[in-house]
Write a protein that binds this ligand. Structure first.
Ligand SMILES: Nc1ncnc2c1ncn2[C@@H]1O[C@H](COP(=O)(O)OP(=O)(O)OP(=O)(O)O)[C@@H](O)[C@H]1O
Ligand SMILES: [Mg+2]
Length: 242
């Protein structure tokens, strides 16, 4: 065995949160408190916890929707020191699927997916081609021109999944993606999400209340009162201990 294989280079986390806190109302509401979390490439993590424990806050901070009140965030080892550093990640390297889909109601399914690519400077014809291919991949090849209100909940969520992966992200954040769906649609959407995550080699943080979905993940973290109180990776995350 070579020296190299005895000492393999440690994998750099895609994203690392170091003592991250998020507060509201001048510090009165503490949504996240001293979060240390590293997410590695291709990892499938479930985030569990009671209502109000901080799951959505965690997604918002990891996706660059909310700025941490304190602490540090690193992307592939590089600190995101300025809020503007997130511009190259948001919706590009990091895709988000929301519980309530957040589709633009006046745009068709294919236009909603296209919108995600506008910021990348992709030409309209190419955007349309890629968006149609993505919708085909999520089983909506025959719904391209439908407006969101002419789609079922499950179909809307599939459009939003197509949108979330439009720029080939390395990390997908899914915040209770089946929370608004009936059981049959929820199962369909989750199977799709897991398949896409695996096929595309993305890491995924899946917020869920469903222990059976969490069991399909490689790793589970549990939040309580804004803190990670359980992490099945073996340690309550601190850098370099993986
Ligand atoms: N914009 C905000 N202003 C003030 N407080 C907020 C804000 N967003 C979240 N909070 C508070 O932060 C805490 C964590 O909220 P968060 O939405 O992250 O919980 P959650 O775990 O996602 O809950 P749920 O399972 O109900 O979605 C809660 O106490 C919530 O009221
Ligand atoms: Mg939430």
């Amino acid at each position: 065995m070579s020296a190299l294989s005895l000492h393999p280079a440690p994998t750099v986390p895609l994203i690392r949160l170091e003592r991250v806190s998020l507060t509201f109302d001048a510090g009165i509401v503490v949504a996240l408190k001293d979060i240390d979390l590293s997410v590695y490439p291709t990892e499938r993590i479930a985030a569990l916890g009671h209502s109000g424990s901080g799951k959505t806050s965690l997604v918002n901070v990891m996706g660059g929707c909310d700025r941490a009140s304190s602490g540090r965030v690193y992307w592939k080892g590089e600190e995101l020191s300025h809020w503007s550093d997130w511009t190259r990640l948001r919706g590009i390297e990091i895709g988000i699927v929301f519980q309530d889909f957040l589709l633009l109601p006046a745009l068709t399914a294919v236009e909603n997916v296209e919108m995600a690519m506008v910021c990348r400077g992709v030409l309209q014809r190419e955007r349309a081609r890629r968006a149609a291919a993505l919708l085909d991949e999520v089983g909506l090849g025959d719904r391209l021109s439908h407006l969101p209100n002419a789609l079922s909940g499950g179909e809307r969520q599939r459009v939003s999944i197509a949108r979330s992966i439009a720029n080939g992200p390395a990390l997908l954040l899914a915040d209770e993606p089946t929370g608004n769906l009936d059981t049959a649609n929820a199962a369909l959407v989750m199977d799709l999400l897991f398949r896409i995550q695996r096929d595309r080699g993305m890491a995924m943080l899946l917020v869920t209340h469903d222990e059976s979905l969490a069991a399909r993940c490689d790793r589970r973290i549990r939040l309580r009162d804004g803190r990670i109180v359980e992490d099945t990776s073996g340690s309550l995350e601190t850098e370099g201990r993986r």
